[in-house]
Design a protein around this ligand. Sequence first.
Ligand SMILES: [Zn+2]
Length: 166
Amino acid sequence: MNWKTLVVIIATGLLLRSRKKRFMLSKNFGLDEFVKSSTAKQMGIDNTPGPMQIANLSALVQNVLQPLRDAMGFPVIVTSGYRSPALNQAIGGATNSQHMNGEAADIVGQDKAKMFNYIKDNLPFDQLIWEAGNSFQPDWIHVSYRAVGNRKQILQYTPGQGYKDI
Ligand SMILES: [Zn+2]
């Protein structure tokens, strides 16, 4: 465990004690954006990440999402971040979904194709998926990051047809 992980774990403890203050993972990304879920709220599912999931979210933000945000100059909006196993099951996520580890996020923004291409050409990632949409713009982007062993896998998801390498 490195010092950054330790800092995140300590910060999480402080966060749980005081929920009034927003816990920022970086300049532009707060932990709350990765945890909120309307499905979890509606269904009464606990979607609280543990220290390791928060450490993974932090690494995803530091290595991918904040550098992307800085390069784009427009907000990068997280539509799905951490998913507890119960939430992942409720929404029909993949059984091995990296969202459950805090290693993945679904994101949108002003120009999703530009975001996708910037990540592809400039940033470290494990899996990058062009989700639905058309050849000009995906509906959203799924991106994951691992501390070790990033596969640099680039996929396109087409509803009804599944995933293919691109
Ligand atoms: Zn996803």
